[in-house]
Ligand binder design. Structure first.
Ligand code: C5P
Length: 310
């Protein structure tokens, strides 16, 4: 199932010829790790969702490719050719155009970097979606996912930017999951946690057959029941490297209305699911006040038809 233009719910506006798209934060509602594969990557199984909060890419026509970065986390974002946004743009142009293509890409970096929220992957995926439209390449979502596989493990899911079941090293994504709107709080203790280091510290693994893709999840309580026997296998190695993660999960658990808390991806960002928006906002306010150096945001996992504009 694939839309002809590779447009996801995170895609926002085309004003004149400028294309603006959101790059939503990715959350692993659970993440199980299996064996290391011959290619050096680990087999994974994960239920992935996307928050309303994210980075924003605004892309205008230009004769050459360029990238400017602004926003709260601009300083930590890789510059120049090392940025996954430019790698994605080059890969798309090389794959689907006979002539060199340009674009002036402006990235508003609102998400912490190396944080388990797939920020760089979300930006790269957003670039693929936006440039597909700006350059009128008319590539399908499946074609963009195929290209995304060459860019990083989280990029295929971020092309979808809607709830999905993830397997392989991250390259197999299936958007057959639907989730209700959910209120959550994201907390990062202000530390960078490179994914490679967390995988290198991993010892215990659940494997990739413990969970089945969910059936109908209509309420928060359905989701919490589904997640009961799952977890994030990377939480223990990440906490070993960065013990503050334990304090983050504890701070979320201690808040009224928090019904589930877990680290996302390879960390260090953790999320708490709340049974009400007011509880989520109250918790975010208190945690931010108690921990001024932590990054704390109340946000939502939107229903699929919500949150397309900004
Ligand atoms: O694919 P990506 O560049 O995001 O992966 C970063 C690092 O995380 C890899 O180099 C690898 O060490 C580790 N990784 C892994 N298995 C995965 C995904 C990532 O071992 N499925």
């Amino acid at each position: 199932m694939s839309e002809p233009t590779g447009k996801s719910p995170a895609d926002a506006t085309i004003a004149g010829v400028r294309v603006t798209v959101r790059a939503p934060a990715k959350l692993n509602l659970f993440l199980h790790v299996g064996d290391k594969r011959p290619d050096g990557y680990h087999a994974l199984q994960s239920l992935v969702a996307f928050a309303e909060i994210g980075d924003v890419l605004s892309i205008a026509p230009a004769s050459e490719l360029s990238l400017t970065v602004t926003g709260a986390f601009a300083a930590q974002s890789p510059r120049g050719a090392g940025n996954l946004v430019l790698k994605a743009a080059r890969a798309l142009a090389e794959q689907y155009s006979r002539t060199p293509l340009g674009a002036a890409i402006a990235l508003e970096k609102n998400l912490p970097v190396a944080a388990g929220l797939g920020g760089g992957s979300a930006d790269a995926a957003a670039a693929l979606r936006a440039l597909n439209r700006l350059w009128a390449l008319e590539r399908s979502e499946d074609e963009l996912i195929e290209l995304a596989r060459t860019l990083g493990s989280d990029v295929p899911a971020c092309v979808l930017s809607r709830p999905c079941w993830m397997e392989g090293r991250g390259e197999h994504v299936s958007p057959t999951v639907s989730l209700p709107p959910l209120d959550l709080v994201l907390v990062n203790p202000g530390v960078l946690l490179p994914t490679e280091s967390v995988f290198a510290t991993l010892n215990a693994r659940t494997g990739t057959s413990a969970m089945e893709p969910p059936g109908r999840i209509e309420t928060l309580w359905d989701l919490v029941a589904y997640l009961e026997d799952s977890g994030n296998d990377l939480e223990s190695p990440a906490t070993h490297i960065q013990p503050d993660i334990d304090h983050v999960v504890e701070a979320l658990h201690n808040e009224p209305g928090c019904v589930f808390a877990l680290m996302s991806g390879s960390g260090a960002t953790c999320f708490g699911l709340f049974n009400d928006r007011e509880y989520a906002e109250g918790a975010a306010g208190r945690i931010a006040q108690d921990h001024p150096h932590w990054w704390v945001k109340a946000t939502r996992i939107a229903a699929p038809d919500v949150g397309t504009s900004r």
